[in-house]
Design a protein around this ligand. Structure first.
Ligand code: 5AD
Ligand code: SF4
Length: 439
């Protein structure tokens, strides 16, 4: 009898990567592999990697270094995802014990690559540098969350912001057909999920290859699938953020009250250098549409501090934008130079200490804004979807439609199942979460 095939997979990076891993895991299981919980137990060790910033990129090499001794015991290593696509065959030089290197645009060839690996081949690559028009769709997705199901609707990116690796690591932008998206949404509901998150690096750049619907129409159609209670979508690009998206949210109660709209900077000059193709005024117009929606829509964003050429004045412009929008959440990062990107050739003018300082100033201010925003919810009753338990605090953990974490007490001995919906009276607010009691 052949030895059992086992694998261990660790994921780094964004939700796109998390969901790619669900599809890779499903593919491996379909190929006769069994998933195990640690490197030690596994015959095949896979890392699905991220290269968005330098620190993220280093993680995979640390991990490989920690476990390379296992190669002698016959274990095999695979590097998947953005670092794989970016570094390509250079990974074999840096970590010669790696046998397979594949970027996300080649995952549909995984079964074939796995067969070659099993037959003892050593340096297998799936590298697809902005060539493929195809998306990776599989019915074998091994969903890892009991309450939230992801669907990729757009892969890749054609925006080429000057700081960003994604156009080089995830290939050219390509959308799935609306009928395959809808078929997957229906399948997900049949499996018992009520929350769907539509994914794309620029999710709202979606263009139906069948020409049947716009992104806003797709949102509304998915939101109307019988049995769905919550639809989220991420990440939106301001450039493609059209007013009909807000209208779809207005008209479709299942579309969640939350939009993540990365601004990156509040300075027109820096936005230009970043090749974002919008001005602060243009961005704020979209925010005004969202603020005029029938339901209060929670807003969050991404910001980069210390981009080459960012002056104290540019940074103040970002701080002013923050004060004006009053986001419920901000992901802020220090600019990190990335291979292949146009910004790599720009002279870095902001020393690391200044980047760190700007980051702190920004996050401190944002914390104050969130304290006020979150405390506005005290006294209200919110519908919360249960995600799990916090045994240490004896509380149930869930999320509101606005995507705010809600920790709450529950009067019964048996905890509610993940994925169930409860009404929670909010009694306390913190800068990043709410607390209350089930009613
Ligand atoms: N340096 C710092 N932050 C970056 N991001 C993308 N590229 C870089 C970079 N080179 C941030 C952006 C993006 C988020 C996912 O990561 O804010 O929206
Ligand atoms: Fe990281 Fe971007 Fe790749 Fe996601 S797409 S894993 S954020 S580099």
């Amino acid at each position: 009898m052949a030895a059992e095939k086992t694998f261990y997979l660790e994921t780094f990076g964004c939700q796109m990567n998390a969901h790619d891993s669900e599809k890779v895991i499903g593919t491996l299981i379909e190929q006769g592999y069994r998933q195990v919980e640690s490197e030690i137990e596994a015959g095949l060790i896979l890392y699905n990697t991220c290269s968005i910033r330098d620190k993220a990129e280093q993680k995979v090499f640390h991990r490989l270094n920690d476990y390379k001794r296992l190669f002698k015991e016959g274990k095999r290593f695979a590097v998947l995802g953005c670092v794989a696509q970016q570094e390509g065959e250079k990974i074999f030089d840096r970590a010669p014990y790696v046998s397979l290197v594949s970027g996300s645009a080649s995952y549909r060839k995984l079964p074939e690559m796995l067969a070659r690996l099993e037959s003892g081949e050593e340096r297998i690559t799936g590298l697809d540098d902005r060539q493929t028009e195809e998306t990776f769709e599989t019915e074998f997705t091994a969903r890892q969350s009991p309450y939230r199901a992801y669907i990729t609707i757009v892969e890749g990116c054609d925006k080429f912001c000057s700081y960003c690796v994604v156009p080089y690591t995830r290939g050219k932008e390509r959308s799935r057909s609306s009928s395959s998206v809808l078929a997957e949404a229906r399948r997900i509901v049949d499996q018992g999920y009520t929350e769907i998150q539509l994914l794309g690096q620029n999710v709202n750049s979606y263009r139906d290859p069948e020409g049947k619907c716009s992104f806003a129409e797709l949102l509304a159609t998915v939101g109307q699938v019988e049995g769905i209670r919550r639809v989220r979508f991420t990440t939106s690009h301001p450039r493609d953020f059209t007013r009909d998206i807000v209208e779809a949210i207005d008209q479709t109660p299942t579309l969640c009250d939350h939009v993540h709209l990365p601004v990156q900077s509040g300075s027109a000059r820096i936005l230009k250098a970043m090749a974002r193709e919008y001005t602060p005024e243009w961005y704020l117009e979209r925010i005004a549409w969202l603020k005029a929606a029938r339901r209060p829509i929670s807003l969050s964003t991404d910001i980069i501090v210390g981009f080459p050429g960012e002056t104290a004045e540019d940074f103040i412009a970002t701080m002013n934008l923050l004060a004006e929008v009053e986001y419920d959440g901000v992901f802020a990062f220090k600019y990190s130079p990335r291979p292949n990107t146009p910004a790599l050739t720009m002279i870095e003018t902001v020393p690391d200490e200044d980047k760190t300082q700007r980051l702190h100033v920004l996050l401190d201010r944002q914390r104050e804004i969130q304290k006020i925003n979150y405390s506005r919810q005290i006294g209200g009753v919110l519908e919360v979807m249960v995600e799990g338990l916090n045994p240490a605090r004896g509380q149930i953990v869930g999320r509101s439609s606005q995507n705010k974490p809600v920790n709450f007490t529950w009067p019964h001995a048996i905890a509610p199942a993940p994925g169930s919906y409860l009404r929670v009276k909010i009694t306390e607010a913190f800068p990043n979460s709410l607390a209350g009691e089930a009613v």
